[in-house]
Design a protein around this ligand. Structure first.
Ligand code: GDP
Ligand code: IMO
Ligand code: MG
Length: 452
């Protein structure tokens, strides 16, 4: 029996509503690790990485793939859309990025076309209901994430990656699943109010789906493996693993702003379950935060800049400077002041050991910076609660700091940052009682300050 593999894993986890810059940091830290593993989410994620001025957008494939030969592992906790994955592989190959080191867990679940249909239909129902009540759609990415995770837990209508390698067994399963899916989609679509009904009602044939799955299986076969065993082997050999979180803490299915969340465990604790390694393999949790707040889709965001014309103008300014448009759907991201109460909640929940503050350069040139450092409820100080209706009623309390100007994106040490920018980072560190280890001042790897 080998020694237990202790402390050699680092989890990279988003502390806000996603798009904090996880992809950049994973790519930056990948050379110090022996494998990079995704543990949750699916093609709803969009991780942008800039290498030598070239921008790559990764959705299902771990950002570590950009380092040739580094095992890039899609863990069992991820939901895999094979069509999307094959296209992502083809796009990388066309840009001379090898995907030979990609490993897909045989236990990951498959996003089938009907999951995307159902995602779309449910959003249509919510939109239709919103016309007559106060409800609103979740604003999902329509990548089939929720319905696929629902089937995973439902079990009887789920398909795992390993099933793609067993066409005869899969065909027998499909004989049960396809009629159930056709009945469900048919009912969901045809009962919709006419104005919201899709042009065609989705329906599938067992033969077509079986052929499609067989084709996916034969193309993906060389990459499909017992990913958990591979990761354990790496740990046993003394290797280090970087776990790449997707989505973010406030989108966690249990601890986020439910129901305006995604359907997976996005937090650091999702990493062992979503890849199949023991808990004690995780030694560090690196929390990634933006220097301000963004959110895509619906749900509460108390510091959002939307009350006055000046708010809208400022949000627009930040959105353009920070390229705040969804990597996956292209939707403009909602923009707000930094909510340190959100980040403190997330840092505690994840057991964050160090923090990376990203996109600091975007705030350069603003006269003053506001930061939410507390909440009140009914005029009394209140502890942050991620409950969506609590947050919709809570009032943020702001601390205002002087803004900074200067050539922030060329700073390479903490000392080179303007004093007001340093004060901003110091406020973050004090409020979180956690060291800020990295400050990012641009999308490129070189634009990363290590804070000692
Ligand atoms: P992720 O989903 O957490 O990986 O983040 P995204 O890739 O969706 O969004 C982050 C965006 O910010 C990407 O366009 C990155 O290239 C960019 N980015 C990352 N760090 C910085 C930074 O420090 N400054 C600027 N200006 N852009 C950054
Ligand atoms: P990365 O990894 C930002 C949001 C969607 C929607 C909600 C549910 O790039 O940070 P889903 O399709 O998952 O059912 O959508 O969650 N969302 C994200 N927002 N970044 C992401 O990932 C996200 N993944 C999901 O916009 O509001
Ligand atoms: Mg993103």
């Amino acid at each position: 029996m080998t020694q237990p593999a202790t402390d050699r894993g680092t989890v990279v986890v988003g502390l806000q509503w996603g798009d904090e810059g996880k992809g950049k940091i994973v790519n930056y830290l990948a050379p110090l690790h022996d494998a990079v593993a995704r543990y949750n989410g699916g093609a709803n994620a969009g991780h942008s990485v800039v290498v030598k001025g070239e921008r790559f957008a990764l959705h299902l494939i771990p950002s570590g793939i950009l380092h040739a030969g580094k095992p890039a592992i899609i863990g069992n906790g991820v939901v895999v859309d094979p069509q999307w994955l094959l296209e992502e592989i083809a796009k990388l190959t066309a840009r001379n990025v090898s995907t030979a080191s990609l490993i897909i867990s045989e236990r990951a679940h498959v996003v089938m076309p009907w999951h995307k249909d159902e995602d779309d239909l449910r959003e249509r129902w919510l939109r239709a209901a919103a016309e007559s009540s106060s409800g609103e759609p979740i604003g999902t990415t329509k990548r089939g994430i929720g319905p696929c995770y629902a089937d995973k837990h439902q079990r009887s209508t789920a398909i795992r990656v390993v099933d793609l390698l067993r066409p005869d067994e899969l065909r027998a399963k499909l004989a049960t699943i396809v009629p159930i899916k056709n009945a469900t989609l048919g009912a969901l679509a045809s009962a919709l109010p006419a104005a919201h009904r899709p042009a065609t009602i989705p329906s599938y044939s067992i033969d077509d789906v079986a052929r499609q799955c067989e084709s996916w299986g034969s193309q993906l076969r060389p990459m499909i493996a017992d990913a958990s065993a591979r990761l354990m082997d790496i740990l046993d050999a003394g290797g280090k693993i970087l776990f790449e979180g997707a989505n973010a803490t406030l989108l966690d299915v249990d601890h986020g702003t439910y129901p305006f969340v995604t359907s997976s465990s996005t937090i650091a604790l999702g990493a062992p379950a979503g890849t199949g390694v023991p808990m004690h393999a995780i030694g560090k949790v690196l929390g990634i935060m933006k220097a301000y707040s963004t959110r895509v889709g619906s749900g509460p965001m108390p510091t959002e800049l939307l009350r006055t014309d000046a708010d809208h103008a400022l949000a627009h300014h930040i959105r353009e400077r920070g390229r705040e448009y969804g990597t996956t759907t292209g939707r403009p991201r909602r923009v707000g002041w930094l909510d340190l109460e959100v980040v403190r909640y997330s840092a505690r929940l994840n057991g964050v050991t160090e923090v990376a503050v990203m996109l600091l350069d975007v705030l350069e040139g603003l006269e003053e910076l506001r930061v939410c450092t507390g909440y009140t409820m009914d005029s009394k100080p209140a502890r942050f609660n991620p409950d969506a209706s609590w947050l919709a009623r809570a009032t943020p309390v702001y601390t205002t700091l002087r803004g900074f100007t200067g050539d922030v994106s060329n700073a390479r040490t903490f000392a080179e940052l303007p004093i007001e920018a340093r004060s901003y980072i110091e406020l973050i560190q004090r409020h979180l009682a956690t060291p800020v280890r990295y400050v990012s001042v641009g999308p490129d790897n070189a634009q990363t300050i290590q804070v000692n």
